[in-house]
Design a protein around this ligand. Structure first.
Ligand code: PMP
Length: 336
């Protein structure tokens, strides 16, 4: 039989379209372009970190055939690792804080991940989901050496390196090198750190901005040198209290702090005016892109990340009572 060369699922990670946000581009006089990471097979930007970490671990002999991948995650990295793991034959154990949207937990269970929910607590607490996931991997490896990989997305720089090699190069190529600015929020920092490095290597004059949600410590870090957080946000997967290995030594030119009152209305605007239904972190990113467009002035090309689908947060983003409890509201045209 003639050999058929079907595409592999993992080959569909990356090479996402760069979508022009028409309304916001016209309003600012800039080209505001969003990298459609929600179109990855697992539905988020974290598919890239997942594949980068798995390929790196395979190459270094840390992940053997059939080995178990263990990770602590707000959800999307778990989904990415499970999609990649299922496709390549690695089961996953996913440790998540219990304050994340139910849709992400349901999605992980639907993909067959072994999901372990733990109480949400500060990183310094040994019960934090990241530490619990590390201990699970250590125990598996103590019982059966080499049987488990702790993905360690926050401090494993394979995350950043994959973004540098793929997302950053794609943005440079898709804009034909005509990119003036890039902005996004930080969870592990892999996305911003990798893209920043790739773009700065091509041209040091590209402005890199961070759009940090309230409740995260990075805006304060870049403005005062001190890691200090205040307030909160309903956005998930972003914001941090520390400088991760992935984010360390990343050149950030402009810091923005984005409150939910600015980002969440943009989530609905993207639905209504662009036909794009994305989650809260995308609202934070796009708010940063609008601020950067206004700061640089008309005629510039600003790029950002459309991280995941808003339907992943259905019972929060489209829930009048939940929003009201956070001082937010649905727009009039949404008949929910
Ligand atoms: N948006 C969403 C929805 C996420 O899940 C994450 C990752 N936790 C991010 C943005 C941030 O990406 P990174 O970890 O690369 O900083």
């Amino acid at each position: 039989m003639k050999e058929l060369q079907g595409m592999r699922l993992t080959d569909r990670i990356g090479n996402t379209p760069l979508i022009r946000l028409n309304h916001l581009s016209d309003a600012t006089g800039c080209e505001i372009l969003g990298k459609a990471e929600f179109m990855n097979p697992g539905g988020s930007v974290k598919d890239r970190a997942a594949l980068g970490i798995v390929r790196d671990a395979e190459a270094r002999g840390l992940l053997k055939p059939g080995g178990t991948i263990v990770e602590g995650t707000a959800g999307n990295t778990g989904i990415g690792l499970t999609v990649v793991g299922n496709s390549l034959g690695y089961p996953t154990i996913i440790v998540m804080p219990d304050n994340q949207s139910q849709d992400k937990v349901d999605t992980l269970r639907a993909y067959g991940a072994d999901v372990r929910l733990v109480p949400a607590c500060p990183f310094a607490d040994p019960g934090h989901f990241v530490h619990q996931s590390r201990r699970i991997a250590e125990e598996l490896n103590a019982q059966n050496p080499g049987s488990a990989l702790w993905a360690n997305q926050f401090d494993n720089v394979a995350n950043r390196e994959f973004h540098q090699a793929t997302t950053g190069q794609e943005i440079w190529q898709q804009t034909g090198g005509q990119v003036d600015g890039f902005v996004c929020a930080v969870g592990t920092g892999g996305t911003l750190a990798g893209i920043s490095r790739a773009l700065k290597t091509h041209s040091d004059s590209i402005t890199i901005a961070i759009s940090d949600p309230t409740g995260s410590a990075l805006y304060s870090y870049f403005t005062t040198g001190e890691l200090k957080a205040a307030g909160g946000s309903i956005s998930e997967g972003i914001g941090t209290s520390r400088i991760t290995e992935n984010f360390a030594d990343t050149q950030v030119d402009v810091p923005y702090q984005i409150p939910d009152s600015e980002s969440i209305p943009l989530v609905y605007e993207l639905i209504r005016q662009e036909g794009l239904c994305c989650g809260g972190s995308t609202g934070v990113n796009v708010a940063g892109a609008v601020r950067l467009a206004r700061e640089l002035g008309p005629g510039h090309v600003i790029t950002t990340i459309l991280c995941d689908s808003g339907l992943r947060y259905r019972e929060r983003l489209f829930n009048r009572e939940f929003l009201a409890s956070k001082g937010l509201e649905l727009p009039d045209w949404l008949s929910l």
